[in-house]
Ligand binder design. Structure first.
Ligand SMILES: [Zn+2]
Length: 686
């Protein structure tokens, strides 16, 4: 591994993004020998600032005061050329946690899952004796996305129905946690603030202080909380005789209209990729470092403090130089536009997106003058662009995981098509930088779509498709919108158009199948659902729809088996348990049916209404006491009261109850056409 690191630049670059395992504590071996005793290792605070531009924080910020960050900058090491790996939250954080570029860790977009196969820094710190805790402020970093591994405490509770919380709320939770921590083990705490992310709704007094710049007002409000947090953390650590280290970095910036981008995620220019980063701690030299570095090196820096030195650490007297890499694949993965890869070395920055743009970002931070020397790029930069792995269909699919529709709704920036679509690179695909006039239309359409405003979203999607007919995301959303408003012929036609854009797409088949299922066209839906499940056995919406289809076809055992697979992937609602219980009963699967009804009963309490079914099943299983209790719970108003009386009489005879004759009499008196025949033939009653 050492050889690879110090080898040629090409292999060095590959080393990172191919995700060759980085040796963390769990690897054992040499790392342990150099590990200092626990007491000498500093406690670590990592603060990530979402959506914070480099010119909106710190001593050099314009139009805003950020005293807390400035204090850290004054006593720490400022990286004046730090770069995000991706202008999107989950991928950027995944890089800080793994030390890898997205090509290595596999998370290119939000709403993916960081695979358990990649060691994360919190696991390494925990293994080496740290107490670990995380406090995040946005749903995009919720536990389910795989980023919580290694944390003893992972606080992602945002409040009912909320997708974010303020830095004030997150800080309160973090400080309350700090108060409760006892012992002298070092602490690793990660706190994530989300305030500067759109929508910009700053609290007072910052709203009034920056009336014309709500974005910067949000940054100022966050800075106040950063100050409280750092002070509380350092006091807590000092009180227990420890030392404290602090890293503050932004996950990515914000366009604010520069280069035609208001938000982030679509382009690779400086406003979203060049980020603030400061490192403070024992043995950290102070001052400013202008060597370009990637925020993925937060990983190596934290490991350094835990006693595992790394040439990638940002603490070294002379930080290792690197060819910094970045990517923005969302336009490629969602719209089929050109993939975008960035590289920075020295003062040069190159962006590959169809063609290569080159800028001198030191003399031209606004990236307003292309140098036009792409052909003369230093070899390591050229190699970084050419060798970087563009996500494939397979990689994209393996990084996705079952995400329920509710979660999809919460991820407002996320498209309907977020599962397994990854179109091939089209030679004529547009460059994102040439499509900026569409960004506001795409944003508005996304908002309306996620809100479920299907009528109003249609003309916007048509406008996108007029300019970009091959846009898969817009095509799928349009098909879905047509389906939702009952324009079935248009929906099918539009789904077919999506299938032409991306013939291999599983999502296209899935959503077309769901459209057919909605209209109860089972003969059309079923083959598509079967195909999807053959490829992805854990695709939740496909399992749901096929379970229903099998039930309608009378294939009850198949329906039950599908539901059992489904419930292993996500919790079952009581109504679904009842439905599953009925199907299992119909399939003569007594134990499965009992299990489903018992779970429904436990979940519903007094609202549970299937006592009769349960009583019948217990009787079939010869669980007579359970059968008696269940049948006694059937209310007199039950429409099948006659059956309940008959079954109760059978149980009574089998239990040899003293009142069994009276029970038989009650069954006879209450009989209906069905039970009268059954009673007449019941040998138990003779
Ligand atoms: Zn973010």
């Amino acid at each position: 591994m050492e050889d690879e690191v110090s080898g040629s630049y090409g292999s060095y670059v590959s080393y990172w993004f191919l995700g060759v395992a980085v040796c963390v504590a769990a690897c054992g071996g040499g790392a342990g020998e150099t590990r200092p005793v626990a007491a000498s290792r500093p406690s670590i605070l990592l603060v990530t600032l979402d959506t914070t531009r480099v010119d909106a924080i710190g001593p050099g910020a314009t139009g805003v005061e950020t005293p807390a960050y400035n204090r850290l900058a004054a006593r720490g090491r400022v990286f004046s050329q730090a770069y995000a790996t991706v202008p999107e939250t989950l991928p950027a954080h995944s890089s800080m946690m793994t030390g890898l570029y997205p090509g290595g860790h596999g998370v290119h977009e939000n709403a993916r899952v960081l695979s358990a196969g990649h060691p994360v820094v919190a696991e390494a710190l925990k293994t080496s004796g740290y107490r670990t805790a995380a406090f995040v402020s946005a749903f995009v970093l919720a536990k389910r996305f795989g980023i919580a591994r290694g944390f003893d405490v992972y606080d992602d509770e945002l409040g009912e129905g909320k997708a974010e919380r303020s830095s004030r709320d997150t800080t309160e939770r973090a400080l309350a946690h700090l108060k409760g921590v006892s012992g002298t083990e070092p602490i690793f705490m990660w706190v994530h603030y989300f305030d500067p992310h759109a929508p910009y709704e700053p609290p007072e007094p910052y709203r009034s202080r920056y009336p014309k710049d709500p974005y910067r007002a949000e940054v100022a409000a966050m800075d106040e909380q950063l100050g409280r947090l750092v002070e509380a953390f350092e006091s807590r650590v000092a009180a227990t005789g420890g030392r404290a280290a602090v890293v503050v970095a932004s996950d990515h910036g914000e366009g604010l209209g520069d280069h035609g981008e208001m938000g982030h995620g679509h382009l690779l220019y400086q406003p979203t990729m060049h980020v603030p980063m400061v490192v403070v701690g024992p043995d950290v030299p102070t001052g400013s470092v202008s060597t370009p570095v990637s925020t993925r090196r937060v990983f190596h820096t934290l490991l350094h403090w835990a006693g595992q030195p790394s040439p990638e650490s940002l603490v070294a007297a002379t930080p290792a130089t690197e060819v910094v890499i970045g990517e923005a694949m969302k336009p490629f993965l969602q719209y089929g536009w050109q993939p975008q890869i960035m590289t920075v070395s020295g003062s040069l920055k190159a962006i590959l997106s169809g063609r290569t743009e080159v800028y001198d970002v030191v003399s031209d931070a606004a990236e307003s003058r292309e140098l036009g020397t792409a052909a003369l790029l230093p070899a390591p930069m050229r190699a970084a662009l050419d060798e970087y792995p563009v996500p494939s269909l397979e990689a994209s699919a393996s990084a996705s995981a079952p995400i329920d529709e509710d979660a999809r709704q919460k991820l407002a920036s996320l498209g309907y098509v977020s599962g397994t679509v990854a179109p091939a690179v089209r030679r004529d695909a547009p460059r994102a930088a040439d499509m900026v006039t569409l960004f506001p239309v795409i944003d508005s359409a996304s908002t309306l779509f996620v809100r479920g405003d299907y009528v109003r979203v249609v003309p916007l999607l048509q406008q996108i498709l007029a300019a970009d007919p091959q846009n898969l995301d817009a095509t799928m959303r349009l098909a879905t919108a047509y389906s939702a408003v009952g324009k079935d012929a248009l929906a099918v036609e539009t789904f077919r158009r999506a299938a032409i854009i991306t013939p291999k797409s599983q999502d296209v088949r899935l959503y077309l199948a769901l459209h057919y299922a909605k209209g109860r066209e089972w003969a059309r839906a079923v083959p598509l659902l079967e195909q999807v499940l053959a490829e992805s056995p854990e695709r939740v919406p496909a399992l749901e729809a096929l379970a229903l289809a099998r039930e309608r076809e009378g294939r009850l055992a198949d329906s039950v088996a599908l539901r059992q697979r489904l419930f292993a992937l996500r919790p079952a609602s009581p109504a679904e348990l009842v439905q599953c219980g009925r199907a299992a009963m119909g399939a003569q699967q007594t134990d499965v049916a009992i299990g489903a009804f018992e779970r429904a009963k436990a979940a519903q309490g007094a609202a549970f209404a299937q006592h009769l079914e349960l009583g019948v099943l217990y009787l079939a299983a010869r669980r007579l006491d359970d059968a008696r209790r269940a049948l006694d719970a059937v209310p007199a108003s039950h429409p099948a009261r006659a059956m309940a009386l008959f079954k109760r009489a059978q149980v009574s005879v089998l239990l040899n109850e003293p009142d069994r004759a009276a029970r038989i009499g009650a069954a006879r008196r209450g009989a209906d056409a069905t039970t009268r025949a059954l009673i007449a033939n019941e040998r138990l009653f003779r």
